[in-house]
Design a protein around this ligand. Structure first.
Ligand code: ADP
Ligand code: MG
Length: 361
């Protein structure tokens, strides 16, 4: 039975504040030991879902189950979940070791066991040397690692993290992303991670749930979400996309042709489509090739470079393509067959499987 592997279930969760639907009928199955990310713009309901899982927010409707047992009525302290927030919320008057030991003191654990567990927890986050320091003697990244050690010290059933890295500068954030992933591998605990940063979500998660206005719009592993977005919103929010809007012309097994302003394109597609219906297709900038003279592709268009930038490994081009509008193209600099220049004409191409049909929402 699949449900034996389910560690946490969120079932039809809603939280309304007056007319605001902070969370609207969200269901999630989170298998034990996974790194699951709730990703969405600000105000999409991420924190509210996390707080409902933690027990700080009482749902308007729905249920939360841990290993198939309902925990919705339990207060936070009975759930035994670790939490890490954006602000470090360390006690300034306590040493690192006292901060980390605090949850154990609250639980009435004895001195010797506390000392051993604090030591173990600090070494998990590589802070063993700094046990006697005060929080203000630590860098932002170190403080966040203390907060992590404190959340892990009482051996929680799962770890809830709400934008824990968003207060850190970019370089430190990248470092801690790797550390967090590594920590997740070592402790084998379920991590539920909240972020509005799509790159962070893509690089860290086993699976991602994308939220919009309190609703779950799509979930899956990072590459499925990136390669197979179902809607314009997901294609646009997770990475960058060009959108081609046309009309389905002919349907064949495994795909269809569509026209945009008289130009014809082919599209791979397994699902059902009707001739004459509208086609909206998402096309990633890096999936468009700049065609060399005489090269052929499933789909091709002429265009004129409106603007371009050099990024060392790649060129980013904005190309005005008649009928298609302005397309963003990212091409590896070592295999760009034309030298980019404003006003230069070129041909772009992409395969029938490079783009993906999406819903227009
Ligand atoms: P996110 O974490 O994705 O930014 P939140 O879960 O914090 O989103 O908020 C979702 C929506 O619910 C927002 O519109 C927010 O203003 C609203 N909201 C959250 N908490 C409350 C509250 N205690 N009272 C009223 N509205 C709230
Ligand atoms: Mg939030």
């Amino acid at each position: 039975m699949a449900s034996l592997r389910e560690s946490l279930s969120v079932r039809n969760l809603s939280k309304h504040y007056g007319a605001t639907r902070a969370v609207d009928d969200v269901s999630l199955e989170i298998p034990r030991g996974r790194f699951v990310t709730l990703l969405g713009p600000s105000g999409s309901g991420k924190t509210t879902i996390l707080m409902a899982i933690a027990g700080f927010v009482h749902p308007t409707a729905g249920e939360i189950l841990l290993d198939r047992a309902p925990i919705t009525p339990l207060p936070p302290e009975k759930r035994n979940f670790g939490m890490v927030f954006q602000g470090y919320a360390l006690f300034p008057h306590m040493s690192v070791a006292e901060n980390v030991g605090f949850p154990l003191r609250v639980r009435g654990i004895g001195r010797a066991e506390t000392a051993a567990r604090v030591k173990e927890s600090l070494s998990l986050v590589q802070l063993g040397q700094l046990a006697d320091r005060r929080p203000q003697q630590l860098s932002g990244g170190q403080q966040q690692r203390v907060a992590l050690a404190r959340a892990l010290v009482f051996q929680p059933a799962l770890l809830l993290l709400d934008e824990p890295l968003s207060a850190l500068d970019m370089k430190l954030r990248a470092e801690l992303q790797l550390e967090l992933k590594d920590l997740h591998r070592r402790v084998g605990l379920t991590f539920i991670y909240v972020t509005h940063d799509q790159e962070e979500a893509l690089s860290m998660s086993d699976s991602i749930a994308i939220l919009r206005d309190g609703r779950l719009v799509q979930e899956g592993n990072p590459d499925t979400l990136y390669e197979r977005p179902e809607s314009r919103f997901v294609a646009d929010f997770l990475g960058k996309s060009n959108f081609l809007s046309g009309r389905v012309e002919r349907v064949r097994p495994g795909g269809f042709t569509y026209t945009v302003d008289g130009a014809r394109f082919v599209q791979d597609h397994a699902g059902a489509v009707t001739p004459g219906s509208r086609a909206l297709v998402a096309l990633r900038p890096e999936k468009i090739d700049v065609l060399a003279e005489g090269a052929v592709a499933d789909n091709a268009t002429e265009g004129t470079i409106a603007a371009w930038s050099y990024f060392g490994a790649s060129f980013s081009l904005l190309v005005d393509a008649p009928g298609l509008g302005r397309l963003q193209v990212v091409v590896p600099s070592w295999r760009c067959p034309v030298e980019p220049a404003e006003g230069r004409r070129l041909r772009l191409g992409w395969s029938a499987g490079a783009s993906v049909p999406v819903r227009d929402d």
